[in-house]
Write a protein that binds this ligand. Structure first.
Ligand code: TXA
Ligand code: MG
Length: 327
């Protein structure tokens, strides 16, 4: 691998055209979505999909989401039942991913679904993602544009730091408005199954299709890629901190941050969960980098309420704090 840095461009029509040309040649392009930046490749090309796994050091058993311009386009590759259609009408374009049966003639590479007979599909809302999908004319698989197990990128600069020249081009659409990944729901059996809490809350989904089962609870299988440790900065995290210990940076939430921090970021001084989600990954990155620079030894995290978007935030924080596999 050469040592050139990634090329970053504002999303002009010329940049989109160049991205399409790169994708047609099996290359990878980072694109902004409303949730996080994705590392996109041609979903129908085994070579491009394999390159995504390699660029992220992602285990092959962890399947990828295919992105479409709309439900009608997705229908070409997966079967949408009535529940899927209703959820699509309510939340697409937007931060909801549905795991659905692959059609027999599904064009998406089997590498993307890790050999499963299901395929995750999503219709992103971000204008740049929509323009790229429309110009490319085929689905794009796009996992979050970070190294496997690390903090997800919410700015073009984060992608450059994570992937360097492993990505041919980064389309810079500014900071991601939502900042936390899509909610993943499997609609494969009778009971809809929540595989990953995310930007659309459980309550919002249940209002449309009724009660959700939860992966990983009561002996139900976890999603294939739901590893205990994920989103991990280098410094260890200590959750639900009610006091600050020596050598710790502070990730605060709410109007009364713990006193005495030499380095701190507040997810939302107003205690607003939307704002906290949008800040989360950038704040973790900043505290990790500056904390290590200042010789700190950990990050204390104040409690975040377990309601609405707070569940997705706490899911990411718990994984970021989980014991790491051996490096
Ligand atoms: O917001 C998002 O969803 C972002 C943007 C870029 O779209 N993408 C994203 O992709 O977060 P990724 O690969 O980081 O996470 C996809 C999640 C993983 O937990 C994966 O295991 C799960 O979706 N998944 C994908 N295909 C699946 C399948 N066929 N069955 C079960 N889970 C699946
Ligand atoms: Mg990810």
């Amino acid at each position: 691998m050469s040592e050139h840095a990634a090329r970053t461009l504002p999303p002009s029509d010329a940049a989109i055209a160049e991205a399409v040309s790169l994708l047609e040649h099996g290359k990878l392009v980072a694109l902004p979505t409303e949730t996080v930046y994705g590392l996109a490749g041609d979903a129908t090309a085994d070579r491009a999909v394999a390159a995504i796994f390699a660029a992220k050091d992602r285990p092959q058993f962890n399947p990828l989401i295919a992105h479409y311009t709309g439900a009608e386009a997705a229908r070409r590759d997966v079967t949408l039942d009535e529940r899927a259609m209703e959820l699509g009408r309510r939340f697409w374009p937007g931060p909801l991913t549905l795991v659905l049966p692959r059609r027999a003639d599904c064009r998406v590479s089997l590498l993307a679904s890790a050999g499963l007979d299901s395929q995750a599909v999503r219709v992103p809302r971000h204008e740049v993602a929509q323009r790229l999908l429309a110009a490319f004319g085929r689905p794009l698989v796009a996992p979050s544009a970070n190294r496997s197990g690390r903090v997800s990128p919410t700015q073009a600069q984060h992608v450059a730091e994570e992937l360097g020249d492993r990505v041919a081009l980064i389309l810079d659409g500014g900071p991601c408005a939502i900042g936390i990944e899509s909610t993943v729901v499997a609609l494969l059996g009778r009971e809809p199954l929540l595989l990953r809490p995310g930007a659309v809350t459980e309550e919002e989904i249940e209002a449309v299709i009724g009660p959700l089962d939860h992966a990983g609870e009561d002996g139900r299988p976890r999603g294939p890629g739901m590893l205990a440790s994920h989103y991990a900065p280098d410094l260890p995290l200590r959750l639900d901190a009610t006091e600050l210990r020596a050598g710790e940076a502070l990730l605060a939430f709410g109007p009364r941050p713990l006193a005495g921090a030499v380095l701190s970021m507040n997810l939302s001084a107003a205690g607003d969960l939307d704002e906290a989600a949008a800040q989360l990954f950038a704040a973790l990155r900043r505290l990790d980098r500056d904390g290590r620079g200042q010789g700190l030894i950990g990050i204390a995290v104040m409690p975040v309420p377990e309601r609405g978007l707070g569940r997705a935030i706490n899911d990411r924080l718990r994984r970021a704090a989980a014991p790491r596999p051996d490096a």
